[in-house]
Design a protein around this ligand. Structure first.
Ligand SMILES: [Zn+2]
Length: 275
């Protein structure tokens, strides 16, 4: 089971495939060098949800059964070494929460936070989750200050430069030097499938340099550009290079499927007992 679960995962120059408890996931090569860091890029595989949400859907807002989402969330948590987990009902904003204490989650409430699209913390043992299907999950880690962040960047988030906002907040709240920060851009809509017919209304003129053909944009390059614009080093930014719409057997794709689930990307600093 373990071997077959890995072999279905498409290859990537920046991602390492793994399997834990029969659930496949990836880690980024550079981020994976920090032993105190936990980060997992899950897929749609290894959960209990039925089509069109099959199978590891972690969103309560897609029409999936809540009980199945709960079991999928339990499986995601079980694959990690962190004691608590935070996530939000995302809203394509640039709102990012700085977490200074562990959340006390009420299991009867689907979402502990609303309208948040990113998290930053220096706490250990706190896993932070972003849920995506074509949008980017962007992971950030400053190994000097031991500050970790994750954001949800769809095209609306890119227009609001939520990636730049996250780095500004890491500087402002924790004194992070952007040159110390490492980043990973997860599986998401690639330039192959990034069609924006209404780009004149939706995208700012500064994005025009990232138009790769008529009506198609490279949002991976936009995120790299925005992160470098706030001081990250190019060699510290890893791009998965995996397009969700091109790999519907492994990832959820809102553009490709319409009614579908969301896959989880998580990051946190491990409980101190684990490293
Ligand atoms: Zn594609």
């Amino acid at each position: 089971m373990a071997t077959s679960a890995i072999t279905v995962l498409p290859g990537s120059e920046t991602l390492q495939p793994h399997v834990e408890n029969s659930i496949p996931y990836y880690t980024f090569h550079r981020l994976g060098e920090f032993l105190e860091l936990e980060h997992l890029v899950f897929t749609r595989l290894g959960g209990v949800s039925s089509p069109p949400f099959a199978s590891l859907n972690v969103s309560y807002d897609t029409g999936d059964e809540a009980g199945k989402v709960q079991e999928n969330m339990r499986r995601v948590r079980a694959a990690t070494d962190c004691s608590s987990l935070i996530y939000a009902r995302q809203s394509h904003s640039s709102n990012i929460v700085v977490l200074r204490e562990h959340p006390h989650l009420d299991p009867t409430i689907p979402y502990p936070l609303h309208g948040k699209d990113g998290f930053i913390t220096q706490l250990s043992g706190l896993l932070m989750m972003i849920k995506v299907a074509d949008c980017q999950a962007i992971l950030l880690y400053d190994p000097e200050k031991k500050v970790v962040a994750i954001i949800h960047a769809g095209w609306r988030g890119s227009v609001k430069n939520i990636a730049g906002n996250a780095v500004h907040l890491m500087r402002a709240h924790f004194g992070c030097d952007p040159q110390d920060i490492f980043a990973g851009i997860g599986p998401s809509l690639g330039p192959c499938c990034g069609e924006f017919r209404n780009w004149r209304q939706e995208l700012p003129p500064s994005f025009s340099r990232f138009q790769v053909q008529e009506n198609y944009y490279d949002f991976w390059a936009i995120s790299q550009y925005q992160l470098m614009g706030v001081g990250l080093l190019r060699e510290h930014i890893e791009v998965s290079g995996l397009c969700t719409k091109c790999h519907p057997e492994v990832f959820y794709s809102y553009r490709g499927e319409g009614e579908t689930g969301r896959f989880a990307v998580v990051i946190g600093i491990k409980d101190s007992l684990h490293f």
